[in-house]
Design a protein around this ligand. Structure first.
Ligand SMILES: Nc1ncnc2c1ncn2[C@@H]1O[C@H](COP(=O)(O)OP(=O)(O)OP(=O)(O)O)[C@@H](O)[C@H]1O
Ligand SMILES: [Mg+2]
Length: 390
């Protein structure tokens, strides 16, 4: 199954391009679902139909789903939130403020992606297209299960046993309710599910497409997203430049725009060297309805298969040579000085700007020592030596 995610700055045309790509895939014979995790009903608007929380068919082989993030959120988060609320209640926090404190920004959006896992497991579709929230925040939050992996596998089960044994004693002594076992159960289940979502989104059938408009500020953000997505192991397999002014018969005003956009487009191709950059023309009307969306996508992909399997190397690879092993991670647009590396037991802590990834080292490397690291041509290379760490 193919999973395609569309992200980019607010308003650049993510929903339109996601919907168009899905409609084109369906037309070419693939059973396609396009889902949005965003509360605004933009997919419904793009297709000009009513769309519910369950997949709704809008054309042959094409389904649209507007995930009810609130419902999902309540289902998965309820037990944990109840516990947090009871703790805050004991601490004397006003219930309304407490309610707000237990809401994690972006959490709804992440939980909405659980629906993607659910649909993938049902196996009813050949392609699932996801219209993501602006910026890479969601995908960054999905790094959470990876970061919590160590805690969840070692500390968590122990803590759970201890709390279970001491619960009555502690509750009486401290006055603060100890988490019930259902809270641990809920956390564990949520962790497992998020881990599966992440596995699906970083797996061989998944890729991210960046949507942008040919403007310098938009490009700057897309470049940063490319770095961040790569850091977290997501594979970017193409860029869609949307709202490109048609070159033919341009008057003076449009001619000015065409020249300005051409300059940015050249920088786009340079920034995403090696990736296809598809251009989607600025239409004279809003592309609404399946037919208009197919037309838009068809001209943008210009004969290319919109759901072709992603090409190129895996985002993260480990190779061995005579001297040891080298871990390689695609990390475009950074230099060695932008990257901070640290080792924490069997984890590699990689920091780029405000973003940090805790990567659990593959078993083959966990015992080895890091002897060097560098960034070369958009790739982070970390060299490990076969010598065991003291
Ligand atoms: N190529 C195009 N030509 C003309 N209109 C377009 C084009 N692409 C998108 N639009 C219009 O621009 C508006 C914004 O597009 P869209 O909703 O797809 O953006 P978005 O990136 O999903 O926005 P948001 O960040 O709010 O989710 C819509 O009204 C859409 O119909
Ligand atoms: Mg949108």
């Amino acid at each position: 199954m193919r999973v395609l995610l569309f992200t980019g700055k607010g308003g650049v045309g993510k929903s339109t391009i996601a919907a168009g790509t899905a409609a084109l895939a369906a037309e070419s014979g693939m059973r396609t679902l396009v889902l949005s995790t965003d509360a605004a009903h933009s997919l419904a608007d793009a297709f000009a139909v009513e769309v519910g929380a369950e997949p709704t068919t809008v054309a042959d082989r094409l389904w649209v789903q507007q995930v009810d993030a609130q419902k999902r959120f309540e289902q998965s988060w309820a037990a944990i939130q109840r516990y947090l609320l009871s703790v805050l209640d004991v601490a004397g926090v006003d219930p309304v403020a407490a309610e707000e404190l237990t809401v994690i920004p972006g959490a709804e959006e992440v939980l909405a992606l659980l629906e993607l896992r659910h649909q993938a497991q049902l196996g009813d579709y050949d392609v699932i297209v996801v219209d993501c929230a602006p910026t890479a925040e969601t995908l960054r939050l999905l790094a959470l299960p990876e970061a919590l992996g160590w805690y969840m596998s070692r500390v968590f089960p122990m803590q759970r046993r201890v709390v279970k044994a001491l619960n009555p004693v502690l509750t009486r002594a401290a006055g603060v309710p100890m988490p019930e076992d259902t809270v641990f159960g809920a956390l564990e289940r949520l962790h497992g599910e998020l881990d599966e979502v992440r596995a699906l989104l970083t797996g061989p059938g998944a890729s991210v497409r960046l949507v942008l408009t040919p403007e310098n500020v938009v490009l700057a953000e897309a470049r940063r997203s490319y770095t961040t997505l790569s850091l977290f192991g997501y594979r970017v397999d193409g860029v869609v430049a949307n709202r490109v002014f048609p070159r033919d018969d341009a008057d003076e005003w449009r001619g000015g725009w065409v020249r300005a956009q051409d300059e940015v487009l050249a920088r786009v191709r340079e920034s995403f060297h090696g990736l296809p950059v598809w251009e989607s023309a600025y239409r004279s009307t809003e592309p609404v309805g399946a037919a208009a969306l197919v037309a838009l996508a068809r001209s943008a992909y210009d004969g290319a298969d919109p759901v072709a399997p992603p090409t190129g190397s895996e985002p993260l690879t480990v190779t061995r040579d005579g001297r040891g092993s080298v871990l390689r991670l695609a990390l475009p647009h950074v230099t060695s000085s932008d990257v901070d590396l640290a080792r924490n037991g069997d984890e590699l802590v990689m920091t780029v700007g405000a973003y940090r990834r805790l990567l659990t080292l593959p078993t083959g490397l966990a015992q080895h020592r890091i002897v060097g690291a560098r960034v070369d041509q958009g790739e982070l290379q970390v060299r490990f030596e076969e010598r065991a760490t003291p």
